[in-house]
Design a protein around this ligand. Structure first.
Ligand SMILES: [Zn+2]
Length: 354
């Protein structure tokens, strides 16, 4: 049983991120671990798995992560086992979750992150003054489902989000390296501070533009990766070299041979995704005027770059598409997303009437 719990926690850990390109919703850790459960315990870290499964199904996306926030109180919550508290501490040290100082108001930070990144909050609580969207957990057979309330707005284009930041606390898990950083906390005066340490952040230069790209197979997002301005990527079944994005492991043996070893080059230019077919198998463009519209299909010309429109996707083989990750959302798949809880002990898995 302990082994199964460890496996399930590993699967959950893989879907905990504070990188804005990888996350699809924001959640208060304390609320999630205290969701009602069938195991008789008041809290269980595995219940974060229910939340991840629910957002996967809601978005038809097995690759999306959850931005989870707590304060130091959750690290001392004796409703959790010492192993679970240790896992949370490790996730915090690795920057996978965001832990605020003891007593810090978690919900206001949850709302700040959600609003700035254009994400919904998963909660059944009232969010006074929050203008964004919520996903309210509701019981479903053996799991939970999410009910949309309100409207999720697009990400904010605050100048603070176009810079990289450095925390004066050495080895701060949130603001000590470059790459995709969590949005800073802003004081009432608009000064960026580290949410973990309360320290004023130093400006570490411009943040390169980046978008998340998703691989979708039969309507289900299987994998996502960042496309950063100035870095050209080669995606395919098994490309080599720098910038290689290997899709093979995410494809069935039936479809994989139809995707070329090196199939498509992708770049981000002036905020737009530019794609060039470099395959021997050919690619199609699925051109969409709006979310979920019936696509107009065009064949790509090998070697000729094409700038994708907002809702366009490239079809590498039948049912195998790549496009901006957020553009796939709202388009439900017939295929059910797989569960992070498949290795969990049965007693923790069977959920609960809320
Ligand atoms: Zn810090």
């Amino acid at each position: 049983m302990r082994f199964q719990v460890t496996r399930a926690l590993d699967a959950i850990e893989f879907r905990m991120r504070t990188d804005p390109l990888l996350t699809g919703a924001v959640v208060d850790i304390a609320e999630a671990v205290h969701l009602p459960g069938p195991d008789g315990r008041p809290a269980n870290l595995l219940r974060l798995g229910f939340v991840i499964d629910a957002i996967s199904r809601h978005l038809s996306d097995e690759s999306v992560a959850v931005y989870a926030i707590g304060n130091r109180g959750v690290l001392a919550d004796t409703d959790l086992t010492s192993n679970e508290r240790m896992a949370l501490r490790r996730w915090s040290d690795d920057g996978l979750i965001e832990i605020l100082p003891a007593g810090a108001p978690v919900l206001s930070r949850v709302c700040e992150v959600a609003w700035n990144l254009g994400l919904p909050v998963i909660t059944s609580r009232q969010l006074a003054g929050f203008p964004g969207g919520k996903l309210v957990p509701a019981p479903a057979a053996g799991s939970i489902t999410l009910v949309e309330v309100g409207t999720v707005h697009p990400p904010q284009r605050l100048p603070v989000l176009s810079r990289l930041w450095r925390c004066p606390v050495p080895a701060c898990p949130s603001y000590s390296q470059t790459g995709q950083q969590a949005p800073p906390q802003l004081t009432g005066a608009g000064v960026p501070v580290c949410p973990r340490h309360g320290e004023r952040l130093g400006d570490a230069g411009p943040r390169p533009a980046a978008v998340a790209i998703a691989l979708r197979v039969d309507g289900l997002a299987k994998y996502r990766f960042p496309l950063v301005a100035g870095i050209s990527l080669v995606i395919g079944r098994a490309p080599d070299g720098p910038g290689a994005i290997v899709l093979g492991p995410h494809l069935t043996s039936h479809i994989a041979p139809r995707v070329s070893r090196s199939h498509l080059r992708m770049e981000l230019r002036d905020g737009a995704v530019v794609v060039t077919d470099i395959s021997t198998n050919g690619s199609l463009l699925n051109l969409c005027s709006e979310r979920g519209a019936q696509p107009k299909v065009e064949a790509m010309t090998r070697g000729t770059p094409v700038t994708l429109g907002e809702w366009d996707a490239v079809e590498l083989a039948e049912g195998v598409e790549v496009a901006r990750a957020d553009r796939f959302h709202g388009v439900r798949s017939e295929t059910e997303a797989s569960s992070v809880m498949q290795d969990a002990p049965t007693i923790a898995m069977r959920l609960p009437k809320l």
